[in-house]
Design a protein around this ligand. Structure first.
Ligand code: GLP
Length: 241
């Protein structure tokens, strides 16, 4: 795993944006795996700025998001669908028909998960997958457990994750208890992975990720199995390395 340690999260967001931009410059019809959470927001703003400046063209880019709450409607302001349009898609020239997120409102979630996997495959697989990391080392919504799902599936969120995400909702009770998430296998199949982690509170999870051991109790450690991962960190999240 390569790591780039930046002075601040602003600088790290810029480095992350340049890695994504380079992917699009090299391959204008790239398939990007995208992430939500507080971490990528600054980087998405920089990508939007680069689009406005005429430096980036998203018209041929296809996106697949990592995860979505379940159940939740796309119109719900806390849905990841809403988040992506608010923070990125409505500011760039992405073709709506090339935007994909797991369906948090599917009547048959398992069938929808299988269809999501099929769509990723049909698009040629993910060229560059963006990831954040949870305090417990989760990636997407793959929570620490004895076994991890290989493929996109329905996940029961841990109390810690519900609490961490409650800041976006009115209260803990309003956070959906489940999610639909790409599996560890789906993530590891991406050709390249870009991990962003910022802040002192992420330092213990980042330390574990770089520990050299692989354990399902810290899903991010699975990234050690991938040949092309770059972690862009700020000094705070790298402080325990
Ligand atoms: C959520 C998302 C993850 C994200 C994590 C960290 O649980 N499902 O994809 O990486 O939170 O979020 P934040 O960036 O807000 O710390």
């Amino acid at each position: 795993m390569n790591k780039i340690i930046c002075k601040s999260r602003q600088e790290a967001a810029r480095v992350g944006a340049l890695i994504i931009a380079r992917q699009i410059w090299d391959k204008p019809d790239s398939v990007l795996g995208l992430a939500t959470g507080g971490t990528p927001v600054g980087m998405y703003a920089i990508l939007a700025e680069m689009y406005r400046a005429g430096d980036l063209d998203f018209s041929r880019v296809t996106t697949f998001n990592l995860d979505e709450y379940y159940p939740i409607s796309r119109e719900n302001e806390q849905s990841y669908d809403y988040f992506m349009w608010k923070n990125l898609f409505s500011h760039i020239n992405i073709d709506k028909s090339r935007v994909n997120l797991p369906d948090g409102g599917a009547a048959d979630p398992l069938a929808a998960c299988a269809e999501y996997e099929r769509k990723i495959k049909a698009a040629g697989g993910i060229d560059l997958q963006l990831l954040g990391i949870g305090h417990n080392g989760h990636i997407a919504f793959n929570e620490p457990a004895q076994e991890l799902s290989l493929r996109t599936g329905v996940i029961t969120l841990t109390e810690q994750t519900i609490k961490a995400n409650a800041r976006f909702f009115a209260s803990d009770e309003d956070v959906p208890k489940k999610a639909v998430s790409m599996g560890i296998g789906s993530i590891l199949q991406a050709r390249k992975i870009l991990m962003l982690a910022f802040g002192e509170d992420k330092a213990p999870a980042v330390k574990k990720m770089f520990s050299g051991a692989v354990t399902t109790q810290c899903p991010a450690t699975m990234l050690a199995l991938h040949p092309d991962v770059t972690a862009v960190l700020d000094e705070a999240s790298a402080s325990m390395l």
